[in-house]
Design a protein around this ligand. Structure first.
Ligand code: ADP
Ligand code: TRP
Length: 346
């Protein structure tokens, strides 16, 4: 299960997704374990929006059972889950065109997870990064962290998803899901749909302000909904080398350029690359432009979020509506799985 280049997935799926009227089932989730950042936006949420636009049946959920592996404070988990729901809607996930729900509102997913664990080889999970890295650092790992990918497989398989939009870091988990589904089908017959990842090649790994992958756990994020002064500070904190204004700069080795590029059209990106190489461009100027572009792109969502956070009843209604649909589809799948393995349906 080596990490592969993201390219082929994208090419392959754009054919599918743009293909004449084929309606696919799409599912993705984000753990409500912190604030949404630019990595989540370009790596995941933009693709969520794109797939809604293409008319697919989309399920986007808040993985609060998964978040229990890191958040151990009851009020914090409740708050983060709620905030993530508001973020989703503010970012344009239209509740009339997709289903938004809390993972815990579809508890059948835990039953499916158990059934899947019974056919999941230990070795498959031992190779998964999150668990492997923790063990490699000599840290104690919980069973939840070990079993995490099986719950993720259940999330995906319970709605019979065809496509899973995610960033590159999640590719391994989709491979595990595919392995589990194929194994189940071999043993019990064709019950589960084998999904494919949907990864946008140019945003597969968004760098953080320190140049490593942007991640909540590295403290190197640019947050989508932080107050303006915090966002400015995060953007101006992007690491740069000590080149003077006059010196030519290599855009391919610049974290600042890599982030700026995400906001640019291909032509604009080429022009900026050119300006980097020519010299005479100061990093401060680029950061000012990046800040403006950020506000232009996220401004509408940031304003919508302010309004939405004053209307908790609406958000609750969105979540309830999404849960009803997810449960309808999910419970039916679990009935088929029970039937296939020999657990009586009541
Ligand atoms: P984090 O790494 O900050 O904890 P999550 O694991 O909650 O982020 O990721 C939620 C979604 O956003 C996943 O689909 C993940 O692949 C995507 N994602 C997160 N960080 C990045 C990044 N730096 N670049 C691209 N995609 C990302
Ligand atoms: N593991 C994912 C992450 O950390 C979140 C997640 C849970 C997920 N279940 C999923 C993503 C199902 C896609 C599909 O980002």
């Amino acid at each position: 299960m080596a990490e592969q280049n993201a390219g082929p997935d994208v090419a392959e799926h754009q054919v599918h997704a743009d293909g004449k009227g084929q309606r696919l089932v799409v599912l993705s989730g984000i753990q409500p374990s912190g604030k949404l950042h630019l990595g989540n936006y370009f790596g995941a949420v933009k693709q969520y929006l794109e797939l809604i636009e293409q008319g697919h049946e989309c399920y986007y959920f808040l993985a609060n059972y998964h978040a229990l592996t890191t958040i151990r404070n009851r009020q914090e988990l409740l708050d983060l889950t709620w905030q993530a729901a508001v973020d989703y809607v503010a970012l344009g996930l239209d509740p009339e065109r997709c289903y938004i729900y809390r993972q815990s509102d579809l508890p059948e997913v835990c039953e499916l997870q158990w059934i899947l664990t019974t056919i999941t080889p230990m070795g498959l999970l031992e190779r998964c990064h999150a668990y492997k890295d923790k063990v490699a650092q000599g840290l104690p790992a919980d069973h939840g962290l070990f079993a995490y990918p099986v719950l993720q497989a259940a999330d995906i398989l319970i709605v019979s998803a065809n496509l899973v939009p995610v960033g590159q870091d999640q590719k391994q988990h989709i491979e595990v899901t595919r392995d589990i589904a194929q194994r189940f089908n071999r043993i019990y017959g064709e019950v589960l749909t084998v999904p494919e990842p949907y990864i946008r090649a140019d945003a597969a790994v968004v760098p953080g302000t320190d140049g490593r992958k942007m991640s909540k756990s590295y403290g190197n994020t640019i947050d989508l909904f932080a107050p303006e002064n915090v966002v400015r500070k995060q953007i101006f904190g992007i690491v740069t080398d000590s080149a003077t204004v006059e010196e030519p700069k290599d855009p391919d080795r610049s974290t600042l350029y890599q982030i700026l590029k995400l906001f640019c059209t291909p032509e604009e990106a080429r022009e900026w690359a050119e300006r980097f190489r020519r010299g005479g461009l100061g990093y401060g100027e680029v950061k000012r432009v990046l800040f403006e572009k950020f506000m232009e792109e996220l401004g509408p969502a940031r304003r919508r979020r302010e309004e939405l956070s004053r209307d908790p009843d609406y958000i609750e209604e969105v979540l309830r509506y999404g849960a009803v649909r997810a449960r309808e589809v999910g419970a039916a799948l679990v009935r088929r799985v029970r039937d296939a393995v020999g657990i009586p349906n009541r």
